[in-house]
Write a protein that binds this ligand. Structure first.
Ligand code: PMP
Length: 360
């Protein structure tokens, strides 16, 4: 059986060399005499692995020493609550810029813990774009501005960070972290579920600037307290050891690909192949506006739901799976993260052109 082209939004395609290494080392991790899943998270071997994963992420993202790197659990979804619990206790303020479904969810949990305001929301235009600078009204006294760097469901991505005049950005970067270089200094907190660009599900990467950490609420349950997690270097309890091991390998792989600048060039070229086909015809219609569209999740529609279903089914039969859009928005979505091969996108576009000839 051959590997299919897997357009899943997450868990998603991982780099083949990483999977092959995991397979080789599954029964006996070199130097450990046992598998990664069988060794203590307090062992010297695991110390090396978690330190390697942290160092890899620091190098790729260019993280200065005043940023903590944590490997937590509970998914990006737990960060929707954990960030405001830590950073907004006592009625502190935050501004939210809402550009899609995940930002709405983050907002809903934050409202339970802080004095939260929506400073821009593109829902009225069906989440097809990020807000313009004129549409954003920020509170200079807010603790942070929350954004979703890439809305996975709508396929809407911030082309660059919004101007927040020094107020730290708190970002859900689940679906575009490591896909391009970022201006780290603008961020107070970055969180991301691992299962798209970083590794397997079950680990959440949390990158937190030290001045924000120092201001965190002091009376939270240990597992929900960033300070406890940072003091214990993500080892307050048993972390997802396997996931952290894979993250270490993914970082090594990304370094061989030219780091994040290399990934950005590859990702832009890959997305262009697909957007060119969508833009070149009236048969396919992109969901997001050109200046806001995602390099990771390409969302588009066909003239009818019946044709959409037919394309998804026929593509599946041809070895291209998970093209159905999220149930909340319909249409199609091709998720093409870092590890998704360019050949798979070329195959999809050839298929789409042929499908249009038969059904257009
Ligand atoms: N935020 C974004 C942008 C996502 O794409 C997802 C998952 N698709 C989540 C949050 C939720 O992540 P998790 O399942 O890790 O809680």
């Amino acid at each position: 059986m051959a590997r299919i082209y897997n357009f899943s939004a997450g868990p998603a395609t991982l780099p083949l060399p990483v999977l092959e290494q995991v397979a080789r080392e599954m029964v006996e991790l070199p130097g450990a005499g046992a598998s990664i899943m069988e060794i203590s998270h307090r062992s010297k071997k695991f110390d090396e692995i978690i330190a390697g994963a942290e160092a890899g992420l620091r190098e790729l993202l260019g993280l200065p020493a005043n940023y903590h790197v944590l490997f937590l659990q509970g998914g990006a979804s737990l960060q929707f609550a954990m960030a405001p619990m830590n950073l907004l206790a006592g009625g502190k303020k935050a501004d939210f810029l809402i550009t899609g479904a995940w930002g709405q969810k983050a907002l809903k949990d934050a409202q339970k813990f802080g004095n939260v305001r929506v400073a821009a929301n593109t829902k009225d235009t069906n989440f097809t774009r990020v807000p313009t600078a004129d549409e954003i009204s920020l509170d200079p006294d807010a603790e942070y501005v929350h954004i979703t760097t890439n809305e996975t469901i709508q396929g809407v991505e911030w082309p660059r960070e919004p101007e927040t005049n020094g107020v730290p950005i708190v970002a859900d970067a689940s679906s575009d972290i490591l896909s391009r270089p970022i201006d780290v200094e603008k961020y107070g907190l970055i969180y991301a579920g691992a299962q798209k660009n970083i590794g397997p599900s079950g680990v959440t990467l949390v990158i937190l600037r030290d001045d924000l950490l120092q201001k965190c609420a002091g009376d939270l349950p240990a597992m929900l307290d960033y300070r406890v997690q940072a003091e214990n270097k993500s080892l307050y309890n048993t972390p997802n050891t396997f996931g952290i091991y894979v993250i270490n390998l993914v970082c090594d792989y990304l370094k061989t690909q030219g780091g994040l600048a290399g990934m950005q060039a590859k990702n832009e070229a890959k997305a262009k192949v697909l957007y060119d086909v969508i833009d070149g015809t009236n048969f396919y219609t992109g969901h997001a506006e050109v200046g806001s569209r995602s390099q990771m999740n390409v969302t588009f529609r066909l003239p009818s739901e019946e044709l959409e279903k037919r394309l998804v089914d026929e593509a599946k039969a041809a070895g291209m799976v998970e093209l159905k859009g999220h149930r909340s928005v319909g249409g199609l979505r091709a998720s093409i993260y870092n590890a998704f091969p360019r050949e798979g996108i070329v195959a999809l576009t050839e298929f789409m052109k042929e499908f249009e000839r038969r059904n257009g």
